[in-house]
Write a protein that binds this ligand. Structure first.
Ligand code: EPZ
Length: 417
């Protein structure tokens, strides 16, 4: 198994080009299944989750070719309408193919997506919405058999919770459905807008994406298109967290500051300096940072749950006490044990963690627990004194494109062994 060996305490400086957004690339790859002609996706990050999505597409008859940061899809006759179990397990978010499969063929059989490291990952909101669009769903021994005998039809759908994945699945099922779909309490994340942008480029009729009310008018078919995937706001936050943990000065190119307000606000509360111009973000952090009284993760435009772990890693050595409340996932404090082993002073009570700043962390042997928890350990190790050996880094490779190369270019002492 590969590991990162990090010698911390070095100031970070330099320029980074922000990778394409994982959480936009995955639903857009699923959407390519709906297109009757080839698509070209640019600025696609080189991630194991992206390669897993390409394998699922290929198993469904849509050939994918990856060269660098460009993925080309070539839809063929859809031979299969089921997603192989081993591919379902490989990528947690493969549920996103359900809506696209139903939109394309009116049928889909897939294994119940297993829970993941963040706790159970229910899909009740996805299924109840699809049922309203004419899908019959039977669960037999861990397998979901979904068919829309009369084809999908538009519906009026209200989400009890603005679920990102459910919003994406509904869009993917609605664009080729008969009639109109009105979705209320939709997720407003920038990645939803990016997915809608791709679908519109392919001929879909969607309005209101990015707001809580989205309107889709079903069309007969979608053509091919070329589309550039938006920057990954969580990867950008990760590089800022690394500079904040070590002290440093970054220029992030190809960023999208317009969707990062709540993130930038928290870094500014720590007394980091942030300046933005179009797609450039200038970031400056001077040690010691200030604690942040209270951070609560919320659906967009609130503070993103995906940045909770990496910001916690920075707050471990901020001056004062910070409170962090995780309201989105049940079990998203799994990185606390590793940070504590590195000398952090963190107390968890239910969904709230209180982080008491300590002068410095020290290196340790730690293992990544999940994607963003692993990124938090990496962040802490960069600012810690001494050597950290971080194992189970396949979690990190799911969401970060060559992280050690990015960090080494900024002056970090990190090796993948
Ligand atoms: C997406 O997951 C992202 N993944 C997650 O990023 C991100 O943390 C999350 O949105 C929130 O922003 C991708 O885009 C691939 P949700 P998703 O449906 O769609 C509950 C990362 O690190 N829920 O908004 O699964 C669910 O259990 C990953 O890049 C239901 O109860 O998120 C969770 O508690 C991690 N029933 C909450 O809603 C449902 O039917 C948010 O889930 C669906 C969700």
């Amino acid at each position: 198994m590969q590991k990162f060996v990090i010698h911390g305490g070095r100031r970070l400086e330099g320029e980074v080009t922000v990778q394409g957004a994982k959480n936009s690339a995955l639903p857009i790859l699923a959407a390519a299944l709906l297109c009757e002609e080839p698509c070209e996706l640019q600025n696609c990050p080189r991630l194991s989750d992206v390669y897993a999505a390409c394998r699922i597409l290929s198993s469904l008859g849509c050939r994918c070719s990856v060269s660098g940061h460009t993925v080309r899809t070539q839809p063929g006759p859809v031979e299969e309408t089921w997603i192989p179990e081993h591919l379902m397990q490989e990528m947690r978010s493969s549920i996103i193919f359900l809506g696209a499969m139903l939109g394309r063929t009116g049928a889909c059989t897939l294994g119940y997506p297993g829970g993941c490291e963040l706790g159970p990952r229910p899909i009740d909101l996805h299924l109840s919405a699809l049922r309203r669009m004419g899908v019959r769903i039977r669960e037999e021994g861990g397998v979901l058999r979904c068919i829309a005998p009369g084809g999908l039809h538009g519906a009026k759908i209200h989400l009890q919770f603005p679920s990102v994945g459910a919003t994406e699945n509904i869009l993917l099922a609605a664009v080729l459905a008969q009639g109109e779909t009105l979705l209320t309490n939709a997720a407003r994340e920038p990645e939803i807008t990016d997915l809608a942008g791709f679908l519109r480029a392919a001929g879909a009729r969607i309005e209101g994406d990015g707001s809580s009310t989205v309107y889709v008018e079903g069309v007969k078919s979608l053509h091919g298109c070329t589309y550039r995937i938006m920057p990954d706001r969580i990867a950008a936050a990760t590089w800022m967290a690394a500079a904040a943990a070590c002290g440093g000065e970054l220029v992030l190119r190809g960023a999208a500051p317009s969707g990062m307000e709540s993130l930038l606000d928290v870094f500014e509360q720590m007394h980091c300096r942030v300046r933005t111009e179009q797609d450039i973000l200038r970031f400056h952090a001077v040690q010691p940072l200030h604690a942040v009284r209270f951070v609560r993760t919320m659906p967009y435009p609130g503070f993103p749950t995906d940045a909770q772990a990496i910001v916690m890693a920075v707050l471990c050595t901020a001056r004062g006490t910070s409170l962090m409340e995780e309201t989105i996932f049940e079990n998203r404090f799994r990185h606390v044990d590793a940070l504590t082993r590195m000398g952090a002073d963190i107390r968890v009570a239910g969904r709230v963690a209180s982080v008491h700043g300590v002068p410095a962390l020290h290196g340790a042997q730690v293992a990544a627990t999940d994607l963003r928890g692993g990124a938090a350990m990496l962040t802490a190790a960069l600012g810690a004194q001494g050597e950290t050996v971080l194992s189970e880094i396949s979690h990190i490779d799911r969401g970060y494109d060559a992280p050690e190369e990015v960090l080494r270019s900024l002056g970090a002492d990190i090796e993948r062994v």
